[in-house]
Design a protein around this ligand. Structure first.
Ligand code: HEC
Length: 349
């Protein structure tokens, strides 16, 4: 499926909206849930065969939907922008759903690029996000994938236009809805759980209002909202590798101009064979650092945030400019030296 210049530009607008939504996700009271889909029962869903990341063939209705609560979205591993972020956010939801994943709740991320996304490629992608067993990454013949995606409402004509929302439903009760990974993840997790008629919302616990004002710590939060919404799903600062490298000290080990250029357009740096970008890409082969369509202010705020967070960790105060020719910095020794294949990445979320 060719990606035309025009559709890329449409997509940029779309990405920007996602980012804005993310940056203020904490203030949103609900995810964008559309009207319930009427009459989605066994007769509606195709029973075609797909293949999971372990190469196991599975029928869409019989094996994947029947009697289950499911979350279905569409991604592809070569995706330069939104898929990685959606998948990382989905990993957070999967974490909260805990042991119900694989028992009565299943997550299906179906590839929109089945010819490229072989089971092995999807396996590597799933591993990079630490996906639990009940979260399957599915591929199949292009015909079968098309039949499924059309029925699920994913009808975009080029990869870059694909929807970032998803469908959640309970195939036993016939209740189906649209949901978004770009709003509050707590609300989304509750939306999924509430598809189980037996689930009841836990009583609200201590809210912010209950904390005595004197105990609220005032801190420097410039860039924090953006980092938490758009980056934290894949990166920690000081807590080890998540999906991407630990960013503690990144403002020290990388030159500032390099960092700006990389955050703005990591794929372009890679295409230009920038040595650091190439090295990072080979240390983290399964997932790409996404292009999040950041503007100058976003990038400044994020660099500020990373600098402050690194300082808080008590790292030695070096200035990156002190070694202008050493762009790769300590990367040979830092966490990015451990590939996921080593099984070294941090499992504590
Ligand atoms: C989907 C996961 C994902 C998201 C979301 C993400 N990144 Fe990354 N990031 C990566 C991966 C993976 C790499 C390693 C390079 C590669 O494989 O492309 C990386 C590399 C980086 C690097 C280079 C690190 C170094 O050692 O030089 C920086 C800086 C960075 N990301 C910052 C960010 C910031 C800031 C955000 C949020 C605006 C963000 N990333 C969002 C996955 C992600």
């Amino acid at each position: 499926m060719p990606v035309t210049g025009r559709s890329v530009w449409n997509h940029v607008g779309q990405m920007r909206r996602h980012l804005l939504a993310l940056a203020c996700a904490a203030t949103l009271s609900a995810t964008a849930i559309g009207p319930a889909q009427a009459e989605w029962d066994e007769s509606y869903f195709p029973n075609v065969e797909l293949v999971n990341q372990d190469g196991v063939p599975l029928r869409f209705w019989d094996d994947l939907l029947r009697d289950k609560i499911v979350v279905v979205n569409f991604v592809y591993t070569d995706c330069p922008d939104i898929c990685g972020l959606s998948t990382a956010r989905m990993a957070q939801v999967a974490d909260w759903l805990g042991e119900r994943i694989g028992k009565d709740i299943f997550v299906y991320s179906i590839s929109l690029d089945p010819e490229t996304d072989t089971p092995q490629r999807l396996r590597d992608y799933a591993d990079a996000f630490d996906a639990p067993d009940g979260w399957m990454f599915l591929t199949g013949s292009p015909e079968n994938v098309d039949i499924v995606r059309f029925k699920m409402g994913e009808r975009s004509e080029s990869l870059s236009q694909h929807r970032s929302d998803m469908v959640i439903g309970n195939a036993a009760t016939g209740e189906w809805r649209r949901a978004s990974l770009m709003g509050s993840l707590v609300v989304l997790t509750e939306e999924i759980l509430s598809l189980d008629p037996a689930w009841s919302r836990p009583p609200a616990i201590a809210s912010m209002a209950a904390i005595p004002p004197g105990q609220l710590v005032i801190k420097d939060t410039l860039g924090e909202g953006l980092f938490l919404g758009a980056c934290a799903a894949c990166h920690t600062v000081g807590e080890g590798i998540r999906v991407g490298p630990d960013l503690s000290g990144v403002t020290l080990r990388r030159d500032r101009e390099w960092l700006k250029a990389y955050l703005m357009d990591p794929a372009r740096m890679l295409a230009r064979k920038d040595p650091v970008a190439v090295e990072l890409d080979s240390a983290f082969p399964a997932v790409r650092m996404p292009n999040l369509q950041l503007n100058d202010t976003d990038v400044e705020d994020l660099i500020h945030y990373l600098t402050v967070q690194t300082e808080l960790l008590g790292q030695p105060q070096e200035v990156a400019e002190a070694s202008p020719h050493d762009h790769a910095g300590h990367s040979g020794h830092d966490h990015s030296g451990h590939t996921h294949a080593d099984g070294q990445h941090d499992h504590s979320h």
